[in-house]
Design a protein around this ligand. Structure first.
Ligand SMILES: *[C@@H]1O[C@H](CO)[C@@H](O)[C@H](O)[C@H]1NC(C)=O
Ligand SMILES: *[C@@H]1O[C@H](CO)[C@@H](O)[C@H](O)[C@H]1NC(C)=O
Ligand SMILES: *[C@@H]1O[C@H](CO)[C@@H](O)[C@H](O)[C@H]1NC(C)=O
Length: 175
């Protein structure tokens, strides 16, 4: 029996673009040219590549990214219906992130919000993935089952170990 609640603590939902996490893995790679690597067969098999969402190269992202546009139903596949059904069946989807994460870029990607081509962060409720209800976020929100939590002053590497975070943010949602 699978759990019907999902708690995502600072996970990348909408993709990433920027140097803070890129340089953890590829210190010399420039964000502007990283698409050449990541939107290739080899690059897609790196952990960063699968989440790379270059706001200036959306056509390449849609064409070559083998992971994110599929699980987010930005690109339809034979699995799209079951991905969405899996989401709308949840009792609760809790998304936790914060501005001091320091690794996820933009940090709002933990809430499905993301950069536009001007690198402004567009809130999730103004993005197509929400407005089209592509993966059921709108259904969940309207049913009060989507819970968005912004928690400042927690670095990416502390989310899971910090007792304060666990007590204040995580425990109340585990019932
Ligand atoms: C959202 O819906 C519009 C209009 O039906 C469509 O053109 C567009 O491709 C959809 N976008 C996504 C991400 O599904
Ligand atoms: C659909 O899901 C199955 C099982 O997880 C996977 O093997 C297959 O590659 C997926 N198909 C697409 C088009 O994503
Ligand atoms: C997104 O981009 C457009 C044009 O590049 C800009 O005018 C708009 O204000 C941006 N921001 C948001 C949050 O939509």
């Amino acid at each position: 029996e699978r759990s019907n609640d999902i708690l995502n603590v600072s996970t990348v939902q909408a993709g990433q673009y920027g140097t803070s996490f890129l340089h953890l893995i590829f210190p010399d790679l420039a964000a502007k040219t990283a698409f050449e690597l990541f939107y290739s067969r080899v690059g897609q098999h790196t952990s960063v590549g699968g989440y790379w969402n270059d706001p200036h190269k959306q056509a390449l992202y849609m064409k070559y990214s083998e992971f994110l546009p599929l699980i987010n139903n930005e690109k339809l596949s034979s699995n799209s219906t079951s991905f969405k059904m899996g989401m709308v069946r949840l009792n609760k989807l809790v998304l936790i992130g914060g501005p001091n994460d320091g690794v996820i870029t933009p940090w709002q990607s933990s809430h499905f919000s993301y950069f536009n081509e001007s690198l402004d962060v567009v809130p999730f409720y103004k993005r197509e993935i929400y407005m089209n209800d592509s993966i059921g976020l709108k259904t969940l929100l309207e049913a009060e089952k989507l819970i968005i939590i912004v928690k400042p002053f927690v670095h990416h590497l502390s989310w899971h170990s910090n007792k304060r975070v666990i007590n204040q943010v995580i425990m109340p949602y585990l019932d």
